[in-house]
Design a protein around this ligand. Structure first.
Ligand code: SAM
Length: 299
């Protein structure tokens, strides 16, 4: 299935693009957001990252008419290091559209889908070594349960972890689904949804890399530069919300004229997250859990 970009207009408008500016798409995917940025650039340049070689290949083709772009196959946790290597130290806007592209979910050989039977893999970067299979076959019960609870909010985490250990070795997605079907019998939604989300976060270290990338993004932005971040699950949204909050507050000494003090580094532009419209939801059910938060560097 083709990837339909989520909150496309809202997130691009949020970047306040200057035709001569330098922009970064941290999650290139199918190139949908990158394409809109490039259309708005004149002398400006776009640097786009994806850790998935397949995404880089697809987007290279889609963006072939534009010369003012550099596509980089890398985890976005190295955004600052990679840009610095290219001589880029300051940028005017960065977009993150987190999670997976439709083509990753739909390709059963990647093992992301609990609806299709394939090897338990779930790596966004095929060169990485840790797979979901290794996690379910080697982690201790406590560690497995902690991951299912923390990253998936799975009520039956301890039970599922025990069943996995009894059933080892596990090789395929549907072998894991057989376990969650029993453990979560009668519960609302797909029995494996939370466990699959948790494994994917652990395999790709999604929270750790986002935390590092947010810090780098703040350092890279010029004054007036914007951050536009789309999340699809609550742990990431919480991290972005709290990052914006922390950096848009300052502890001023009492009885001081705050106008004489430096402003906090960020100004949050969206007090509440922007959600997909009814029309977008109708058109693209995968936008269901999306939340967009925008902030501006101000000092
Ligand atoms: C939701 S898709 C982006 C779709 C894109 N905005 C579009 O409109 O076509 C997310 C992409 O980010 C990539 N990705 C996720 N986490 C990443 C990370 N830590 N480093 C680099 N790429 C990442 C995934 O491989 C995927 O291709």
């Amino acid at each position: 299935m083709k990837h339909i970009s989520v909150l496309l207009n809202e997130s691009i408008e949020g970047l306040n693009i200057k035709p001569n500016g330098i922009y970064v798409d941290a999650t290139l995917g199918g190139g949908g957001h990158s394409l809109e940025i490039l259309k708005k650039l004149d002398k400006g340049h776009l640097y786009a990252f994806d850790q998935d070689t397949y995404a880089i290949g697809k987007a290279t083709e889609r963006l072939k008419d534009f010369n003012n772009k550099t596509l980089i196959q890398s985890n976005f946790s190295f955004i600052k290091e990679k840009l610095n290597e290219l001589g880029v130290h300051q940028v005017d806007g960065i977009i993150f559209d987190l999670g997976l592209s439709s083509f990753q979910i739909d390709d059963e050989t990647r093992g992301f889908s609990y609806l299709k039977d394939y090897d338990l893999d779930m790596r966004m970067n095929k060169d990485a070594t840790l797979t979901a299979k290794e996690i379910v076959n080697t982690y201790e019960r406590q560690k497995l349960a902690d991951i299912f609870r923390a990253y998936g909010d799975e009520e039956n985490a301890w039970k599922i972890a025990g069943m996995i250990i009894d059933r080892r070795p596990l090789n395929t997605t549907l072998e894991l689904v057989e376990i969650t079907d029993i453990a979560n019998k009668g519960m609302k939604g797909h029995s494996a949804k939370r466990v699959f989300q948790a494994l994917r976060i652990e395999v790709n270290k999604e929270l750790e890399v986002l935390e590092k990338a947010l810090k780098s993004a703040l350092e890279l932005l010029n004054i007036g530069g914007r951050l536009s971040i789309i999340t699809f699950q609550s742990l990431e949204d919480k991290m972005v919300k709290s990052f914006y909050k922390t950096h848009s507050q300052m502890d001023y000494p009492k009885n001081i004229d705050i106008r004489t003090f430096p402003k906090p580094p960020l100004k949050t532009i969206t007090r509440k997250p922007i959600l997909p419209s009814e029309i977008e939801l109708e058109h693209n059910s995968r936008s269901r859990s999306a939340k967009l938060r925008i902030a501006e560097k101000q000092s």
